[in-house]
Design a protein around this ligand. Structure first.
Ligand code: TIU
Length: 251
């Protein structure tokens, strides 16, 4: 039944509900309201998917790309339980989960020199590290952490950029799945997550950032990203917690 308002019918107070507002199979409603910020959002469950960005060992574990840039990777591990609950919730609701991995071809043909040479990392992309070659497809470090590993049949997008649309099939996959609303989780908030959200927002998707399932190496950057995304009347998108999202999708 209705819990805390999240599953309230749209247009409550009007006579009856109709069409997609009706509960399906006596279960969760197809258009529940997500208690998001900066204001509630009507979800369209058949068009809702979860995008988990780059939860890879290279960003989350010692000896990977994140650490090579001088970051404290332990900060990122705090979001693993919430992210697991979010993924599990989408799976339980029968909604699609799409995973991305930032990585490059072994021959580096999709790695612009400007990206490889950026900054002064201790290990560059393509160099041999303790988890294999840094950010190279097929290497242990480029794979998703075991706690959040994709299920057989879930889409995994390997992407050479920070955004998921650049040089990938991501946009085609979203269209093929009929998605129109995207929940984003993953790392890091202000780099790959925010870039992908902005690209999706420009392509007409309604985007929601799961605030406790995303993290940055810089807490101030995470907070700033959250605030700039939902400012100006959700200029880039909405924000919500894992609990709010799970309630809205009826799990
Ligand atoms: N360095 C950093 O914060 N992030 C990245 O390089 N990639 C992603 O965010 N995935």
């Amino acid at each position: 039944g209705d819990v805390g308002g999240a599953l309230r019918l749209r247009g409550r107070g009007r006579a009856g509900g109709h069409g997609r507002d009706r509960p399906a199979h006596g279960g969760a409603r197809l258009m529940p309201i997500l208690q998001a910020e900066p204001f509630p959002l009507d979800l369209d469950l058949p068009a809702l998917g979860l995008v988990v960005i780059d939860m890879q060992r290279d960003f989350m574990e010692a000896g990977g790309f994140g650490a090579s840039l001088g970051n404290d990777v332990s900060l990122l591990r705090a979001i693993i339980p919430a992210t697991a609950r979010l993924i599990e919730g989408f799976r339980a609701a029968g909604l699609p989960v799409i995973h991305t991995r930032e990585c490059h071809r072994p021959d580096l043909s999709d790695l612009p020199p400007a990206k490889r040479n950026r900054g002064n990392p201790s290990l560059r992309i393509g160099d041999e590290g303790p988890m294999g070659r840094i950010l190279i497809a097929g290497e242990p470090g480029a794979d998703i952490i075991p706690e959040l590993y994709p299920l057989e049949g879930e889409t995994v997008i390997d992407k050479p950029g920070k955004g998921a649309f650049h040089a990938t099939a991501f946009g085609d996959v979203l269209k093929e799945k009929g998605l129109r609303q995207l929940v984003f989780a993953g790392v890091t908030t202000e780099v790959c997550v925010q870039t992908t959200m902005r690209e999706a927002n420009d392509r007409g998707y309604e985007c929601i950032l799961a605030v406790d399932a995303t993290e940055s190496y810089f807490p101030a950057f995470k907070q700033a990203a959250i605030e700039m995304i939902r400012a100006q009347g959700a200029i880039v998108g909405w924000t919500a917690t894992t609990d709010q999202l799970r309630e809205a999708i009826g799990v």
